[in-house]
Design a protein. Structure first.
Length: 129
């Protein structure tokens, strides 16, 4: 979709990209933390940022991040509803906006079931393999 056609949806796209990124951070955190501790990489992850900023344990930071993700989804829904009611978008733009919303559960499922992330979660069946 060209920039001029996507222009009215930039606010939604920004919310969408933040939600996608933070969802990935939520589920990749344990793997990234483990790799950082082993000296294999350095990573910037939303959970670590929240933990450092609020001076809270990682589990509390995960809960905060989940609430932020839910708030982004609420804002995205409100933005879509407002755009749909405005009557200013063509069918192609509305379809693009819906596709952003419809892809969020796929990203959640993908991130939460991806073996390379699940392996690193303490207590998971994959952690012992």
């Amino acid at each position: 979709m060209s920039g001029s056609v996507r222009g009215p949806l930039e606010g939604m796209h920004r919310l969408y990209m933040m939600q996608m990124s933070l969802t990935n951070d939520l589920y990749s955190y344990e793997k990234e933390r483990q790799e950082t501790e082993e000296g294999r990489t350095t990573a910037l992850n939303g959970i670590q940022v929240v933990s450092d900023l609020l001076d809270v344990p990682n589990n509390a930071a995960k809960n905060v991040l989940r609430q932020i993700i839910l708030e982004l989804e609420r804002q995205l829904h409100q933005a879509y509803a407002a755009q749909a009611r405005s009557g200013k978008l063509c069918d192609r733009q509305l379809r693009y906006a819906r596709s952003m919303i419809e892809s969020l559960p796929r990203n959640l499922f993908f991130s939460s079931t991806l073996a390379r992330y699940a392996r690193a979660v303490p207590g998971s069946r994959l952690a012992t393999k």
